[in-house]
Design a protein around this ligand. Sequence first.
Ligand SMILES: NC(=O)c1ccc[n+]([C@@H]2O[C@H](COP(=O)([O-])OP(=O)(O)OC[C@H]3O[C@@H](n4cnc5c(N)ncnc54)[C@H](O)[C@@H]3O)[C@@H](O)[C@H]2O)c1
Ligand SMILES: [Zn+2]
Length: 389
Amino acid sequence: MACVAEQTIPVTLGERSYNIVLHPGLLGTVGDRLAAFTTSPKIGVVTDKHVAGHYLQETLRSLCRAGYDPTPIILPPGERTKTLGTIAKILDVLARQKFERQSLLLALGGGVIGDITGFAAAIYQRGIPFVQVPTTLVAQVDSSVGGKTGVDHRLGKNLIGAFYQPRAVLIDTLTLRTLPRREWIAGLAEVIKYGIIADEKFFAFLEQEMPALLKLKEEPVIHAIKRSCEIKAQVVVEDERESDRRRILNYGHTIGHALESLSGYRGLIHGEAVGIGLVQEADLASHMGLCGRDIVERISSLVQRAGLSEQVSEASFRSLWGAMQHDKKVIGGRVIGVWPVQIGKVLIRPIARQVCAAWFQDKHGRRGRPSSSRQPGKHSVRPKARARR
Ligand SMILES: NC(=O)c1ccc[n+]([C@@H]2O[C@H](COP(=O)([O-])OP(=O)(O)OC[C@H]3O[C@@H](n4cnc5c(N)ncnc54)[C@H](O)[C@@H]3O)[C@@H](O)[C@H]2O)c1
Ligand SMILES: [Zn+2]
């Protein structure tokens, strides 16, 4: 553990610049790393019940040792906590405890905690500093970097929020050891995504090291997280507010989000839906003549080797397209898609309903049945059945 060097990845955004710091065992020194970001002794540590059970005491000890006065705010785990009601509760605590403009919030947890904490920090006293300490793979490679914060609304996921950058992202890879396996594998879908959108060499590394990643071997895990963060940071630096370039991060998410919403956010977790999206969107790109079958096969094979499903079983075109329409990536009824042209290179292009319909019929037949020539992935998902409930 001690022999692994600390990694620092800068996110260069002018006065909103910050570093992503990556080190196994970092949690024990978190208190010493905050001096540059706050002059107030008060720190609100926002976490969830699962993460608190594993890592809250160590974090509080480190903060107290460094002279801070931490207030833990422990939330119920899961997406259902990502509401304005939770934000109101956090703001109540901050106001009651007389948190000031310089007081800092620490987000200790997965993407849910990071998104909530960032949004609370963005609006309390018009913005107080916050630091991300992500503890899931999804949070370490994706949600903690880039400054998208927010909560869900009854009528849509992530409907309310703000762009608000953290002062630092502090990653302790050892926290991944307690992550449920399903969450780990779901996070790998986002890691694979980075290879497809930006770096063929990284994709080849993942092909080579997938067995070691599945065993949580330290070196490949650190490399995978570091390279993912570098790619995300680079894209965010080029387009902080998603006017264009940042859209490439949505690869796999057009179909992925649609499947998540068809499953009522109960059947599939986010990364699992993205895993399917990575393969199916490549398939659609190949149908449109944008890439060869070899690209689809390579993506499909890696996704399956990661233990992710690649199938859209029984989802009819009508419901899939309908759900795709509800995505934020829709302009004038056309869905803005991200399509691989080769591994490491994607292009952004709208897709018309007829094109998507032709692809779907080609694949699944008129009644939306999956063709029998397809190999099922490891997990069978039936979004349509869930959507009917
Ligand atoms: N802001 C962004 O750019 C962005 C990007 C991607 C995803 N997101 C958001 O992130 C959320 C999903 O994040 P997630 O996948 O991290 O889920 P999550 O935060 O719900 O965490 C998943 C589960 O793992 C538990 N957990 C977390 N860390 C653990 C650890 N080290 N050991 C044991 N258990 C642990 C949590 O308690 C929870 O039960 C969604 O709300 C999504 O919208 C945001
Ligand atoms: Zn995602």
